[in-house]
Ligand binder design. Sequence first.
Ligand code: UDX
Length: 448
Amino acid sequence: MTITVLGTGYVGLTTATLLAHSGHKVFAVEPNKERLHAVQSGKSFFYEEGLDPLVKHVIESGSLVATDSYKDSVPHSDIVFSSVGTPDNADGSPNLEYVFASARAAAALMKPDTTYVQKSTVPVGTGRKVQELFRSLGKEFGYVSNPEFLREGTALADTLWFDRVVVGSDDSDSASKVLNLYKSMVKHRSDIASIANLSAPKNYQDGAYIATSQNSAELIKVTANAFLALKISFANSIAKLADQADADVVEVMDAVGSDKRIGRAFLNAGRGYGGGCFPKDVSGLISSAQQYGVDIGIMQEAAELNASMPGYIANKIHDVLTHGFEGAKIAILGLAFKAGTSDARKSPGVSLANILTKRGAFVTVFDPKAIDEAREDLLSNITIARTTEDCIKDAELTCITTDWKEFLEYDLLKMRSEMQGDIFFDAMNAFDKGFVEKSGLKYIGVGR
Ligand code: UDX
């Protein structure tokens, strides 16, 4: 097949690269010059484990061609994937300007039998509007909603060893065409994995291929993310209770999560969720429900609870500092919204650093990958350190906000000697309290 992928963000570049490794000719279309040049030179413009060697391989072989031209790509394609950005509107709904603009531009150039596949996360009902747009241009194409479930940091592994592929279409031929692409990827999986130096998750069982209606597929994506966000916010509200009631939320969730009906995943309390997906998908679901006249207050509560977590942690920090925030030197380790990515969008570490600074603390931050992406969201009087050592030097309190391996494995005796104070705030609940305290540091977690 010849395929065009519109947009080279996490989803677009991962999809384009994997399809180019699965026996297809792929065009990746990117209007941003800097991003385009990165891909053309065989690299991604963001950090994602295993992706660079795969991009390099297919750029060199010519099976992946990066271009900014719809004319050089779309007319030759059997399938066009749209994975363009959907930034937030001020009211929390996703801005679909690029979704419609790229559909319009592609429609003018697509062959009549080309299938249009929507991979961007869009509110339920958007596909029908895109099809109306096609009809208003005098065109008709097969349309498939094929939502993405990959996580940043494990984007390749999540796509290669998927739990499920969802194709939603009101046209079964178009749906089969897209399902077959994934089947071709599965055939090439072991070769791809060896180039990317990745291995299958333990006990992986082949994922499901799920065909649904177009609107259901659109709703599946946001529902899955909203439910995971709900689990995290639920864990965080229990953490607030555990703090008051002298219980440990980690013990609570370990036991609660061992009930197979509930499951342990996404019940880790801490500084809350961030990133390009959960905050946006939750507010997107709320605004889409409002448009259909449905009240989905449970998600509003989850979003508010999540937004409260950096402030809640700041208050806990305030309570343990001997002289309050004024003049206190605080080290924040972690600006990426989670480990394994350079992405600092809606990062709880950044929010916490800004809150502490506004309240009078001297804040120093460090992250192994996300400093560049976090820089413009950080208040100007925050010091950016170049190493973990620089960051914690002379700090009264060190707070871990991202679970990077290098923070989890840092020698805590060394940390104790490098800091001026002795307070270790584990905003990820990622450490064992007894282990931390053996080094002479005082341990504080969220709900522990
Ligand atoms: C998410 C979905 O998991 C993925 O399926 C979808 O396609 C895109 O959105 P992503 O945003 O990359 O992926 O990260 P994820 O690993 O889900 O974590 C999201 C946020 O939740 C991170 O800030 C993480 O630290 C936080 N989190 C996760 C918690 O606070 N507690 C948890 O128990 C799990």
